[in-house]
Design a protein. Structure first.
Length: 100
C-alpha cells in the first residue's frame, strides 16, 4: 500500500490498472482503495497549496506530522515495510523550526 501511495503521489501518470489490481490482490477492497487515494490526494493538495503560497507551518503542525510519521514508520517496520521517501521534507522542516 505504501508503495502505491508513493507512486500516486510522485508519478501519478505512471499508475495503471495493474497497480490498482495489486492493491486488490493485497486484500484491499474497492472502498479502501478509493479512501486511500482520496487521503493521499488531499494531503498532496494541502502540501502543494502551502508550498505554492509560501506559507510556513507552525511548530505544532510540524510536531504533529512528525509524531504521526514516526508511528506510521513503526507500523510499517512491524509489517516488514518502510515508509516512502520524505517527499515533503518533514525532517528538514523540523530542523529549520528548531533553529528559530
Amino acid at each position: 500500500m505504501l508503495e502505491w501511495t508513493e507512486k500516486i503521489s510522485l508519478t501519478p501518470a505512471l499508475c495503471t490498472e495493474e497497480d490498482v489490481q495489486g492493491m486488490r490482490d493485497a486484500g484491499w477492497e474497492e472502498k479502501d482503495i478509493v479512501d486511500i487515494a482520496n487521503v493521499c490526494a488531499y494531503f498532496n493538495f494541502r502540501v502543494r497549496l502551502v508550498d505554492s503560497l509560501g506559507l510556513d507551518l507552525n511548530e505544532s503542525m510540524v510536531e504533529f506530522a512528525l509524531e504521526h510519521r514516526e508511528h506510521a514508520a513503526k507500523l510499517a517496520t512491524e509489517r516488514g515495510d518502510k515508509l516512502p521517501v520524505d517527499a515533503w521534507g518533514l525532517t528538514q522542516q523540523e530542523t529549520a523550526t528548531a533553529r528559530h
